[in-house]
Design a protein around this ligand. Sequence first.
Ligand code: PEP
Length: 251
Amino acid sequence: MRKPVIAGNWKLYKTKDEALALIEELAPLVTGVDSVEIVVAPVFTVLPALPAALAGTGINLAAQDVFWEEEGAYTGEVSPRMLLDAGASHVIIGHSERRQYFGETDTTVNKKIKAALKGALVPIFCIGETLEEREAGNTFKVLERQVKGGLEGLSETQFAPVIIAYEPVWAIGTGKVATDDQAQEAHAFIRGVVAQLLGKDAADKVRILYGGSVKPENVKGLMGRPDIDGALVGGASLKGASFASIVRFGE
Ligand code: PEP
């Protein structure tokens, strides 16, 4: 009932030519996969170069961040309308690297989610605890605060397009993937918080992706769990063959 999403976060990698080469490698490997929503997220400067290469491939284009104002004196920012103009349909919001290095908070994440939705972009809303928070027994408390803070003020209808990505910070880029049980437990908890906030129907429908060292070797186990609806993939999305084999987890 929930269509899986496999999204590649290219982070600060790939110039335009490198990105086009990656799409050229990836596209034929995922042709005909229509049971999975496929997304790639390059840097801002590469976005406008990709729609032509992605046409007919079924691969969707995401930005890695967005600002909440439409225009104005905000040097260095990019608005939802500008992302649409560049060909993006999705946008990653609140990635832990942005929370850690660029001062993103639940409040700024909330403003960005609202702006993205208003601008007809699909937000991929990232949450996740640090190792310290997990070891202190605060995982659920942190996730609840992030979900409630990020979604504050949204109605069920406004929330409908949102995709959530659970990314334990200790698993991102470390090679240390959460166990299937740890991920499932967190996803079920997050779905419960969404149910509390927006109702059971919204909770049943929302796709919750797992992120953190997802690889072709571990994706199947994760995707076998009932509350895991896809993956947000960093390192393994930078090569066509590994990303394609994650996309084809079900085969
Ligand atoms: C990410 O960037 O969101 C991520 C999960 O990275 P990695 O797959 O490299 O851990």
